[in-house]
Design a protein around this ligand. Structure first.
Ligand SMILES: [Zn+2]
Length: 481
């Protein structure tokens, strides 16, 4: 097994394969999500789906294909996506009369129908969501979960009567995404607005949550919520009659959360023994392993474990008993550690006599002897504790690795050390582009990650760290995926 700190990319591929998360496929940039990964996605999906529905959003499903005319309707949007769009040009041996695109995202699929369905202010707000796959035929180096040609996500699309309601929803969704990262994946994220240069093609503005991978010193966009303004409403004629019978255009948002989230969690929490899964998303939270010895009562041991498992299941703890006789306990320990199961329960002859079990935490290897009567209660407590301490230690590292800088030299030093930098900035596109170009040879893939929502006020007279013009805000910069 490669060491995470020494050879990160080999470590990552090895974890993905050995923990049985993915398999490689014979089309570059496409990966198979094996049950261990897909069941984590299902946990995230079920939780997020509930939260989305509680906002009054309804699920639906639109087709995978987009006509050329619809795709090209919004100029800035289509320019943003053109290089990545995959096309179907043939069926069997005959060419199609006009090629059909595969959705890279679904604004142009959905909005012609919003235009049809919305007539009056009584039809608003219209809030829909779909869980689906999208295809973006990228040529950058693919990375499983983080940059793949096909990925899974939810995309929410909403239309509002008033601008204020639309703006409020963009922030509500951003908070929801940050909460899912925190509560389920134990990943701390930074909320903020994208710069003009980094915003979603066709949007008025983009809010994002940004995560940080300390092992590579790179920031990564974790989920986004876009205020589309009336840009698409104008093009697709999404109009309604207000209460005074005037024709108005709707205010729209779209927002998405993808399988990339799993990659961020894996990169952040994994260690040299393999995956470390936060309990809330772990497909198995506790693995129960009997330690058989020649003179022990195997029947009794098994029935004890079944009873313990029932107790845990009654508390909605996800469990597996690994009692196969073809593997040694040591082999099983390594196997389930590699797969990242948060808690291991060992049960041997001595434990039987004492009426207790041994629990071993995956994250910090701490061991506890716990009486069988207290098992359920203790397991619940330890799982909660693991969830919290994974989040807290990730947050601590993220804070340590974020440096406030004022000038370019300090900035370069921080980024060169694999940190993120918060710098006072003029927030002009030309300045941002110049910083990227000037640092490209030395640092590569440097980006303005976001304008953090929580930030110090810019004191009067503060200059931009890069161009010396007056600063208007602080921008979070980092190397990026
Ligand atoms: Zn500047």
């Amino acid at each position: 097994m490669h060491r995470k700190a020494e050879n990160f990319s080999s470590w990552y591929s090895e974890v993905l394969l050995k923990a049985e998360l993915i398999d490689y496929y014979d089309i570059s940039g496409c990966y198979i999500l094996r049950p261990w990964a897909f069941s984590m996605w299902e946990v995230v999906q079920q939780d997020l789906d509930k939260r989305i529905k509680s906002m009054g959003v309804k699920n639906c499903y639109f087709p995978l294909f987009v006509s050329e005319g619809a795709l090209n309707a919004e100029k800035e949007h289509v320019e943003g996506f053109t290089p990545e769009v995959a096309w179907v040009t043939r069926s069997g041996s005959s060419n199609l009369t006009s090629p059909i695109a595969i959705r890279p995202t679904s604004e142009t699929v959905i909005y012609p129908y919003m235009s049809k369905w919305i007539r009056s202010h009584r039809d608003l707000p219209l809030k829909i969501n779909q869980w689906c796959n999208v295809i973006r035929w990228e040529f950058k180096h693919p990375t499983p979960f983080l940059r793949t040609r096909e990925f899974l996500w939810q995309e929410g699309h909403t239309a509002h009567e008033k601008e204020e309601a639309a703006r409020a929803e963009v922030l509500e969704v951003l908070d929801m995404y940050a909460d899912v990262y925190k509560d389920l994946l134990a990943v701390p994220v930074i909320k903020g607005e994208k710069t003009r240069r980094e915003k979603f093609a066709g949007a008025d503005y983009t809010m994002s949550t940004e995560a940080f991978i300390p092992a590579t010193g790179r920031g990564i966009q974790a989920a986004t919520s876009h205020g589309l303004g009336q840009n698409f409403a104008k093009i697709f004629k999404i109009e309604f009659e207000n209460e005074s019978s005037q024709k108005c255009q709707v205010w729209q948002n779209c927002w998405g959360f993808t399988t990339r989230s799993l990659g961020i969690m894996i990169m952040l929490h994994g260690d040299d023994q393999g995956l470390v899964i936060p309990p809330r998303v772990a497909p198995v939270q506790v693995v129960l392993i009997p330690i058989m010895q020649e003179d022990c009562n195997a029947e009794q041991m098994k029935s004890d474990l079944v009873r313990m498992e029932e107790e845990l299941k009654s508390r909605s703890v996800r469990t597996v008993i690994d009692d196969s006789s073809s593997r040694t306990p040591g082999w099983k320990y390594n196997h389930w550690e590699m797969k990242g199961v948060p808690l291991r329960l060992e049960y041997g002859p001595k434990d039987m006599q004492a009426g207790s079990v041994r629990l071993v935490r995956r994250d910090n290897r701490a061991k506890f002897d716990v009486s069988v009567e207290q098992l359920g209660e203790q397991v619940e407590k330890i799982l909660q504790d693991i969830q919290q301490s994974l989040y807290e230690s990730a947050l601590r590292v993220q804070e340590e690795q974020t440096r406030k800088v004022t000038g370019l030299e300090e900035f370069m030093e921080a980024i060169g050390k694999g940190m993120m930098a918060v710098a006072p900035s003029c927030n002009r596109e030309a300045c941002e582009e110049a910083v990227e170009q000037e640092t490209d040879a030395m640092l590569g893939s440097l980006k303005a990650l976001c304008i953090p929502s929580q930030q110090d006020e810019v004191a009067e007279g503060t200059r931009c760290f890069a161009c010396d013009q007056p600063a208007t805000c602080h921008i979070l910069w980092g190397k990026s995926y």
